[in-house]
Each structure stands twice: as C-alpha cells, then as structure tokens.
Design a protein around this ligand. Structure first.
Ligand SMILES: NC(=O)c1ccc[n+]([C@@H]2O[C@H](COP(=O)([O-])OP(=O)(O)OC[C@H]3O[C@@H](n4cnc5c(N)ncnc54)[C@H](OP(=O)(O)O)[C@@H]3O)[C@@H](O)[C@H]2O)c1
Length: 283
C-alpha cells in the first residue's frame, strides 16, 4: 500500500514535468516572461523566446542552452503581423512543434484619463495587448488543433476584473483577452487544446518602475494588497508551469489571479477594521 501511494505521488509530481515540450513565450526579454522561460527550461522544456530586445533574448537563450535545453531567440514586434508570422514559422522550423504558447508581451504604456487620451493612444494599447494575442492565436492555433494537443496561457491583469481609471484601454484589452481565452477554451476543447488566463497583481518589473522607485508610492501600493507586499516574477511561475504541464490537463477556461488577494480585496481601512462585537451580534 505504501508503495502504491509512493508510486501515485511520484506520478503526480511527474505530471508537472515539461520534458519533451516546446514553449513559445512572448515578452521573454525581461520580467514575467523571462522568469517563465527560465522556469519552463528548468522543468525540461525547449523554449522560443520572443520580444524586440534581441541582445537580451540572446543572452537568456545562451544561459538556457548552457543548462542543457534547446533555446531560440526571436526578435519580433508583436504588433507586426509579418513579425508574428515569421516568429511562429521559425519556431516550428527549428523545433518542429509548439506545445505551449504564453501570450505575455504587453503593458499599459501610459496613464491618462479617458477624455485626455487620443484615439491613436487607444489603438496602440489595444494593438499591443489584444491584437497581438489574436495574431499568435491565429497562427499557433491551427498547429495545436491539428496535432490535437496544446496549452495556451494568456496573461491578463487585475484591471481585467477590477476596472481602473487612468488605464481604460489597457483594462478593456485585458478584459477582451479573458473573454477570447474563455471562448477559445470551448472552441478548441474537442481538439484537446486548453486555453487559460493568468492575472498577475503588483509585480516588481520594468512597467512598474514609477511605483517601485518611489518609496511612498511603493508602500501605498503594497498596503492595497491583503498579503501586504509586492510580488516578484517568480511568484507567477508556479501557475504558469502548472497550466503548461499535464498536471492541469482537466483545466481550461480558467482565470487565475496571482495578486496577494488584490482582486477580491475591500479597501485597506475596511480590512484593518476590528469588528465591534455588539455590532456584529446585533440582528
Ligand atoms: N508587472 C505587473 O505588475 C503586471 C500586472 C498585471 C499584468 N501584467 C502583464 O504581464 C505581462 C508582462 O509584463 P511585465 O510586468 O513582465 O513587464 P516588462 O518587464 O515590462 O516586460 C514586458 C515584456 O513585453 C515585451 N514587449 C513589450 N512590447 C512588445 C512588443 N511590441 N513586441 C514584442 N514584445 C514586447 C518586452 O520586451 P521588449 O521591450 O524587448 O520588446 C518585455 O519582454 C504584460 O502583459 C503585463 O500587462 C504585469
């Protein structure tokens, strides 16, 4: 019996392995994308690293190759359809397959109230955060559906479910990415292609430099988070590994928040409130 339990446990852990899988990760030159690519390689995957900063990608690919994985740096602007097409073709030519697609490249780009934003700004943010995801899905989707296997993970944001003023285009794009993910989870389910989304909270990366470089803003932001701290890119990797692996083979259409409780939080002064016994018991 003990042996049986041990065998079962070992099979459970083995299902987290990415050995034999190929992952294409966009926005892999730094931040959450770089951490994900490194995590996937550590779990056994070969990785195609996609972003604009070629030197950074080559540096990361080199270090993954040094650890025994196959890794490829692909310069690609995800706003450019030809670049996206070339990135997918290059990955398939080099590795022969794509098992995992992580649509991670993106960011809010600017803060402006809706009435201060020009239409051009709206389109730029939608193009980077929504249309780029559509472009990769349209090119990788047929490959996965034909093979009858695949895992897609789209990176959203707390603004997906908790709309924020000042970043309306970004929130609208991320909400659309979630909607698209959950629709494709159904369209592609019969082909055993899973589509899920992950929402990181306040993570220490380049896009949050304005907050993390300012002690007051950094503390105020952390105070908004029930777990009371900023996250780091490695906080996101566990869920991204699970969703990429066979351990999540019964999971599709999910939206996982990794945000220290931010999405479900009431304001900080409410959380700090000590509920008065009399008030709590009256009724
Ligand atoms: N950090 C957070 O607190 C947080 C919270 C919620 C959601 N997110 C989401 O998480 C994802 C990753 O963000 P991050 O925090 O890791 O930010 P980051 O450190 O700024 O990384 C962004 C990545 O996207 C790539 N990228 C940006 N524009 C691109 C373009 N036009 N074409 C190709 N690649 C492009 C960047 O590479 P190049 O500049 O080299 O192209 C970089 O690798 C984004 O979708 C973001 O919206 C982040």
């Amino acid at each position: 019996m003990d042996d049986e339990l041990a065998d079962g446990a070992s099979r459970g852990v083995e299902r987290f392995s990415l050995t034999g899988k190929v992952a294409l990760v966009t926005g892999a030159s730094r931040g959450i994308g770089e951490a994900t690519a490194r995590c996937y390689a550590a779990a056994g995957a070969d990785v195609a690293l996609v972003a604009r900063s070629e030197a950074e990608l080559m540096r990361i690919a080199e270090s993954l190759r040094a650890s025994g994985r196959r890794a490829m740096a692909i310069r690609c602007d995800v706003r450019d359809a030809d670049d996206v097409q070339a990135a997918v073709v290059a990955t398939l030519n080099h590795f022969g397959q794509i098992d995992v697609l992580v649509n991670n490249a993106g960011g809010p780009r600017f803060n402006a109230t809706f009435l201060d934003m020009r239409e051009e700004g709206w389109h730029k943010v939608i193009d980077l955060n929504l249309n780029s995801v559509m472009r990769f899905l349209q090119r990788v989707g047929p490959h996965m559906v034909t093979r009858g296997t695949g895992s897609v993970i789209n990176v959203t944001s707390p603004a997906t479910l908790r709309p924020w003023p000042g970043i309306t285009a970004y929130g609208a794009a991320k909400a659309a990415v979630l909607n698209l993910s959950q629709a494709l989870a159904q369209e592609w389910a019969a082909a055993h292609v899973r589509v899920n989304a992950v929402s990181p909270g306040w993570i220490r990366t380049e896009i949050n430099r304005a907050f993390t470089d300012n002690v007051t803003a950094e503390a105020a932001t952390a105070a908004d988070v029930p777990l009371g701290r900023w996250g780091v890119p490695d906080d996101i990797c566990g869920a991204l590994l699970w969703l990429a692996s066979d351990a999540s083979s019964y999971v599709t259409g999910a939206h996982i928040t990794i945000d220290g409780g931010l999405t479900v939080a009431v304001p900080e002064d409410w959380r700090a409130l000590r509920i008065d016994r009399t008030w709590a018991e009256s009724d």
